[in-house]
Design a protein around this ligand. Structure first.
Ligand SMILES: Cc1ncc(COP(=O)(O)O)c(C=O)c1O
Length: 359
């Protein structure tokens, strides 16, 4: 691996008119390298890492939207991004409408004269719904709109949105791309023109990634493919096991034939990943007892790392909703979201079994 260029600046030959190297500009060798690596994985002309997934999402949208523009977003998106759209975009004069991404007519119905872009997250959190991008991409193309896709849950190993008609891919690189739960970062991939605009915004809004974080991401991306294969193998084993347990009312995993989007998932994903949702019959009390009994998995937010993490959407991503709203959204109390790590699947299952036995 290349060394860490832990430097904010670099000496310039006197009198040179060549590009000035300065780490906030994103042209530190560690920053440049991971951008090239992700572009290759996504099949993009270019990509750029920034200091968080939220930063990547904000800059990607600001790169394609202008004051007075209208954005149509899937309603099944990360809570932080939902807040970015509803609390912040108004100050730039950007209006956002939310639609059910799987109702094919919904996107068209929400179109306005000033609609400029569409935003989708797939697979979604925490129900792991898999959105078929092709009809949405066809609409975007016909109407001349930019299609932005948050592909964090899949990683480019399982899903490459540009191959399905998207224009811009966004990642929280904090998750699978880095994979070791030791970095906060984000990335945007797309055409040279889009990435140049994101770079310009990154420089002006001060969003560059630190060189050491970039170096850690390079370390993480070297094992991305083998990690994703292992996450998927454990995912199917754990999901099938949970589906047989009497204390479990439902299992949400796109690799199970019972999942509503299993057919789409089989067609578009290469590996179903390591994210699994379950509903415990005993509600919030059962969820808390289960979590207290775990000995391997940690109770923590975030996902995509080497260690198994479990979280309760009612206390994290969906905290802002009432219990009734959560039930309507398919996330009743007692719902647990697992980010399965790289531990031995049998060890994890044994841990989950002893925790279920204590309910
Ligand atoms: C799907 C998705 N997008 C974006 C983000 C934001 O990423 P970050 O925490 O790196 O800013 C998250 C974080 O959980 C996420 O799950």
């Amino acid at each position: 691996m290349r060394p860490v260029f832990q430097s904010s600046t670099f000496t310039n030959p006197v009198g040179s008119t060549a590009e000035v190297l300065y780490t906030r500009y994103g042209n530190n060798p560690n920053q440049v390298h991971i951008g090239k690596r992700l572009a290759l994985l996504e099949g993009a002309e270019a990509s750029l890492f920034v200091s968080s997934g939220m930063g990547a999402t904000a800059l990607a949208h600001l790169a394609v939207l202008r004051p007075g523009d209208h954005l149509i977003s899937s309603e099944w998106i990360y809570g932080g991004v939902h807040r970015l759209f509803t609390e912040e975009f108004g100050r730039f004069g950007i209006e956002v409408a939310f639609v059910d991404p799987l109702r094919s007519r919904a996107w068209k119905e929400a179109l306005r004269k000033n609609t400029r872009a569409l935003f989708v997250e797939t697979p979604t959190n925490p129900l792991l719904r898999v959105v078929d991008l092709e009809p949405i991409a066809a609409l975007a193309k016909a109407e001349g709109l930019a299609l932005l896709v948050d592909s964090t849950f899949a990683s480019p190993i399982a899903f490459r949105p540009l191959e399905h008609g998207a224009d811009i891919v966004i990642h929280s690189a904090t998750k699978y791309l880095n994979g070791h739960a030791d970095v906060i970062a984000g990335a945007v991939a797309g055409t040279d023109a889009v990435v140049d605009e994101v770079r310009r915004l990154m420089q002006l809004w001060g969003q560059a990634i630190d060189p050491h974080a970039a170096w850690l991401i390079e370390r993480g991306m070297r094992t991305l493919a083998v990690r994703m294969a292992r996450h998927s193998a454990t995912g199917i084993a754990v999901a099938e096991w949970f589906a047989r347990q009497p204390q479990v009312a439902a299992v949400h995993y796109p690799g199970l034939p019972s999942h509503r989007d299993h057919e789409t998932a089989k067609r578009v994903l290469e590996g179903f990943g390591g994210m699994v949702g379950i509903e415990l019959k005993g509600g919030a009390r059962a969820a808390e007892r289960f979590l207290r009994a775990l000995t391997i998995a940690a109770h923590a937010p975030s996902l995509g790392g080497v260690e198994t993490l479990v979280s309760e959407p009612r206390l994290t991503s969906h905290k802002g909703l009432t219990p009734e709203e959560r039930v309507r959204g398919g996330i009743p109390d007692g719902f647990l979201r697992f980010s399965l790590g790289l531990e031995d699947a049998e060890d994890l299952i044994a841990d989950f079994a002893q925790a279920l036995a204590q309910l």
